[in-house]
Write a protein that binds this ligand. Structure first.
Ligand code: NAI
Length: 343
């Protein structure tokens, strides 16, 4: 029949194409905490990304099940699962990786702030960071585990202790704040959310998240101050909507997986020397270093060595300047808390 050869040639075409793309972008990626609410859909999205050729999934439980399941998807990457019952599991999961994503840790329950997670997640993240320092000091590290404002400094401190800290390759993933801002503003402007971008700076929790709405062109003239304040609040506390709706079953996982996969894709595009890869991230930043704030989220350009350029945040309105002052106070404490944990 006609259909058989057509199908076969279509398959050949697909595999040929994915092979040639993969040859340009052969990235090894590890997900630590891969069997969790974020870890599973994040790993699925990474399995679908042609830039990834070698996907390693580590978790204290069920990583092998998730990996075997994903390994049946016919994309051009291998998937392997690692759990602590195997000798050298973390070493094998991390060795020679280009990108490591960390969604390991406990999520929030209703009424909790991200800071309430510190006691448990700080220990988890610092243990993982020590292993990354030992087995994958070259990798770009993307920290998802909350409180990001403190877990990122924890990773930095652990790597400093091991003498392998590279500030250009450590990222706090704040992409969820950016995508929420795009979505929520598009609902007010009645526009296509995929075309909306809001410059979100500061940190990743409540009032440290600052969407700079004054830089938005074409805001509807009819928008009132109350509507604007409500939009800012929704971007800052959007995570609470999910925590409340899930009613004890966790926080954002699917939108976060999308955000994490988008961020990882940008990191790989940078490593691959693609031009103008600009994203927001909480990084080791010169912007407020003179005020004792070593990490700050702003737009960055990604390149083959990781962070290539940290962008200035631009002009702020008087209200936004006020928000920034409050953000800095909290951020400073959050960062110190992380640093002191390792000390
Ligand atoms: P979850 O509880 O569903 O999954 C966490 C996973 O981590 C579990 O599978 C658990 O077994 C694993 N885990 C625990 N200790 C580990 C260790 N030492 N090594 C490896 N794996 C370990 O939680 P969920 O919903 O996936 O959230 C994970 C983290 O991500 C939380 O800290 C949460 O607050 C944070 N988060 C961050 C966001 C962001 O925008 N950066 C957004 C949403 C959540």
């Amino acid at each position: 029949t006609q259909s058989k050869p057509t199908m076969l040639s279509a398959l050949r075409l697909t595999s040929k194409r994915s092979f040639s793309v993969a040859a340009v972008n052969p990235y090894k990626v590890a997900v630590l905490g891969a069997a969790g609410g974020i870890g599973q859909p994040l790993s699925l999205l990474l399995k679908l990304n042609h830039k990834v050729t070698d996907l390693r999934l580590y978790d204290i439980k069920n990583a092998k099940g998730v990996a075997t399941d994903l390994s049946h998807i016919p994309t051009n990457s291998t998937v392997k699962g690692y759990t602590p019952d195997q000798p050298d599991a973390l070493r094998d999961a991390l060795k020679d990786t280009d990108v490591v994503l960390i969604p390991a840790g406990v999520p929030r329950k209703p009424g909790m702030t991200r800071d309430d997670l510190f006691n448990i997640n700080a220990g988890i993240v610092s243990g993982l960071a020590q292993n990354i320092g030992e087995f994958a000091p070259q990798a770009a590290i993307c920290v998802i585990s909350n409180p990001v404002n403190s877990t990122v400094p924890i990773v930095a401190q652990e790597l400093k202790k091991l003498g392998c800290y590279n500030p250009k390759k450590l990222f706090g993933v704040t992409t969820l704040d950016s995508i929420r801002a795009s979505r929520f503003i598009s609902e007010i402007k009645e526009t296509d959310p995929t075309k909306e971008a809001v410059n979100v700076i500061g940190g990743h929790s409540g009032i440290t998240i600052i969407p700079i709405l004054s830089q938005q062109k074409e805001m509807p003239k009819t928008i009132t101050k109350e509507q604007k304040d409500a939009l800012i609040h929704r971007i800052q506390f959007g995570g609470d909507e999910v925590v409340k709706a899930k009613d004890g079953a966790g926080s954002a996982t699917l939108s976060m997986a999308f955000a994490g996969a988008k961020f990882a894709d940008a990191v790989m595009s940078g490593l691959n020397n693609e031009k103008d890869v600009i994203v927001s991230s909480f990084v080791d930043s010169p912007i407020f270093k003179d005020q004792g704030i070593d990490f700050f989220a702003s737009k960055i350009t990604l390149g083959p060595q990781g962070v290539q350029k940290i962008h200035e945040y631009g002009q702020l309105s008087p209200e936004e300047n006020e928000m920034l002052e409050k953000c800095k106070e909290t951020l400073k404490k959050n960062i110190e808390k992380g640093v002191n944990f390792v000390k």
